[in-house]
Design a protein around this ligand. Structure first.
Ligand code: UDP
Length: 314
């Protein structure tokens, strides 16, 4: 049987490269597109040269030409860490608007099913807890995070418009904090920051008083959720994340303990509009995708630390 073809935008990034792996392993022909602004060829080096894998260095805000049939498209191209989108604010807005428009245009042309990698940032600094999909969010459009939050909210609106007006088959996933091997150590996110600080024997920088919470999902669980959503009939957004919630201070302590590190914890200013709490309500994912996370925090952190060469306490 002829393999199905999937286009993965942002395929050389942290999440995108894990998606390339998963779909390649499932027997798909994988076309990876990335402009390498935050992605890295090292993430896909093991796939290059394989028969069902192709890489194009291309910015999806420009017209995308793909030869032949395309069955599925995963649109995961975007700067995605607070530091990245603060440093690349215009590119972040462009990829979420012009880029999503081009990728949806490709889906329409190829009659491919399209999945948008959206984010829990659409909920902003949430006023309800945990966050279900029918919560409309609390976003500051003109704050520093607005470039990412509003780009993703616009992407969701455009995706629904292509579904309703053009009949494109679309799926939307709202991704909560995710971690694992291949995160960029200098992307400014909490875990990569802590890992690089541990490696360099520097203090761990906790922002604010560390009482803000997050819920961290291991990347293989997220990839499974994306796979299931793409293959499902669900047309409205679905949250994927691990509901195990903890404060950032406790998170730093956990990472430090697992690594057997003697680094101190120091406190720095809390960035503007940093959400105070965040936890996915995954009732819908359980019901419509029969999905729930399998990897607990300790297990996932150990695998991640080891992937960066940090010895963990057994
Ligand atoms: N954070 C921190 N120290 C760091 C980097 C981040 O305390 O060196 C905090 C950040 O302020 C936020 C949380 O950790 O409250 C998670 O940050 P991250 O950038 O990973 O993702 P976010 O959920 O904010 O998008």
């Amino acid at each position: 049987m002829k393999p199905k073809t999937i286009v993965i935008t942002g395929g050389a990034g942290f999440l995108g490269s894990h998606l390339c792996d998963r779909f390649y392993d499932e027997g798909f022909k994988v076309i990876c597109i990335d402009n390498l602004s935050t992605g890295n060829l090292e993430n896909i080096a093991h796939l290059t040269g394989k028969d069902r894998f192709t890489f194009f260095k291309h910015d999806v805000t420009d017209y995308i030409f793909v030869k032949g049939e395309v069955d599925y498209i995963l649109h995961s191209a975007s700067p995605a860490s607070p530091i990245d989108y603060l440093q690349l604010p215009i590119q972040t807005l462009k990829v979420g608007s012009l880029g999503t428009h081009k990728v949806l245009g490709l889906a329409k042309e190829k009659k491919a099913r399209f999945l948008l990698a959206s984010t829990s940032e659409v909920y902003g600094d949430p006023a309800i807890h945990p966050q279900p999909e029918d919560y409309w969010g609390n976003v500051n459009p003109i704050g520093p995070r607005g470039v990412y939050d509003e780009a993703k909210r616009f992407s969701e609106a455009l995706t629904m418009a292509y579904q309703r007006y053009h009949g494109v088959e679309t799926r939307i996933i709202r991704i909560f904090n995710t971690y694992g091997p291949r995160m960029r150590l200098n992307d400014g996110r909490a875990l990569p920051a802590f890992i690089s600080q541990i490696i360099k024997n520097q203090p761990l920088t906790v922002f604010g008083d560390g009482s803000q919470t997050r819920s961290f999902c291991y990347v293989s669980d997220l990839v499974e959720g994306i796979f299931r959503l793409l293959m499902s009939d669900e047309k409205n957004p679905v949250n994927i994340g691990n509901p195990q919630e903890l404060s950032i201070k406790d998170f730093a302590l956990k990472v430090k303990e697992l690594a057997g590190s003697s680094s101190q914890i120091i406190y720095k200013d809390l960035p503007q509009d940093d959400p105070k709490i965040r936890q996915p309500d995954i009732t819908k994912a359980k019901k419509v995708l029969n999905w729930q996370p399998k990897v607990n925090l300790e297990e996932g952190l150990k695998k991640t630390l080891e992937s960066f060469g940090v010895k963990v306490l057994k």
